[in-house]
Design a protein around this ligand. Structure first.
Ligand SMILES: [Fe+2]
Length: 331
């Protein structure tokens, strides 16, 4: 029996997304209508009240499998072992509760917009990216589950709709980026904007770490809608990019275009701010959205979130490609 779902669009305060309430627990039946709801909602679903996952984390993996053929096993992705769930290797830990955890982002400077609002727009708000865009083929969908969120007003996740932003581009900018490719870099390879501004030469790449070109305008393989597909400071290559064929570097024509695109992409009317409640699952489509995290006090607050990643339907452009991030010796 297929579980019924109750879909309410859009998400509060946003122009896209949907809240989906399940009529039966996940452990009894999986709601198979969710992928269609995700497509209809422009790539973002909030599923509140799924606290049953904390006691049975495999439910998150089973839920993830509804959205595509392959749920990544993080043991095979050169991921730090401490960041993977000890019993369920498809679950990546986003947390400050393990040793050497990544710190949350800093607060924006200044902390509020000139009219006193919570800032969402680049460059005041930083860190906007789509997951693992430095890999070809890139992943399709991420699921994020709140085991222990921090209190509201901190530790939010912000989303921007690449399709709404694309539709609102001026025609001349649409034409300029139509056939352009961005060069996406893996964080930690030393190709980020700050390193380029400081003039630090990046270390040589291992072949599987190379920055990867991706279309700036991506056509969604399910909906056929076009969306802007770019990231900012730490997930583009600021030595050879950020765009293929445009003047490279942190002060070139490519940088100017990236700043212009990202400022447009994150206009408040294209953004949703999620305040987390324990038991929330968010499902987002990396093919048509970007997201970013916000500050919380990692010295006094504990945060534990579980993430899974779904692959397998990147679109015809990637047909037949071998995964760029797998070392040759491991194949
Ligand atoms: Fe992310």
């Amino acid at each position: 029996m297929t579980a019924a779902i109750d879909v309410s669009m859009p998400l509060p305060g946003a122009a896209f997304g949907a809240t989906v309430r399940l009529t039966r627990p996940l452990r009894e039946t999986m709601p198979e209508g969710l992928p269609q709801a995700l497509a209809d909602a422009g790539g973002l679903l909030l599923l509140p009240g799924l606290g049953e996952i904390t006691a049975d984390p495999r439910l998150l993996v089973t839920l993830s499998h509804l959205f595509g053929p392959e749920v990544e096993d993080y043991r095979h992705l050169l991921t730090r072992v401490t960041m993977v769930h000890d019993a369920v290797p498809e679950i990546f830990l986003v947390t400050n509760t393990v040793a050497n955890a990544r710190r949350p982002p800093d607060r924006p400077v200044p902390p509020l917009t000139p009219d006193g609002k919570f800032p969402v727009q680049y460059p005041q708000r930083e860190g906007w990216h789509t997951d693992q865009s430095y890999r070809r083929p890139p992943p399709d969908i991420s699921l994020f589950y709140a085991v222990v969120p921090v209190d509201r007003t901190r530790g939010q996740t912000l989303f921007a709709s690449g399709a709404l932003a694309y539709d609102a581009l001026p025609p001349q900018l649409k034409a300029k980026i139509e056939d352009l490719q961005g060069l996406h870099a893996q964080p930690g390879t030393g190709r980020d904007r700050a390193a380029a501004i400081a003039g630090k030469m990046p270390r040589p790449f291992a072949p599987h770490e190379r920055s990867q070109p991706q279309p700036v305008v991506r056509t969604h393989p399910v909906t056929g809608r076009k969306a802007i597909y770019v990231c900012e400071a730490s997930q583009m290559d600021w030595f050879e990019g950020p765009f293929v064929g445009l003047e490279p570097g942190p002060h070139g024509a490519g940088a100017k275009l990236l700043d212009e695109l990202m400022t447009h992409y994150t206009r408040p009317e294209f953004v949703y701010v999620h305040e987390w409640t324990e038991g929330d699952v968010l499902v987002w489509d990396n093919r048509c959205l970007i997201h970013t995290a916000t500050w919380y006090d990692a010295d006094t607050e504990k945060r534990l979130m579980w993430r899974t990643t779904v692959r397998g339907n990147p679109g015809a452009l990637y047909e037949g490609e071998k995964p760029s991030w797998i070392p040759q010796a491991a194949e």
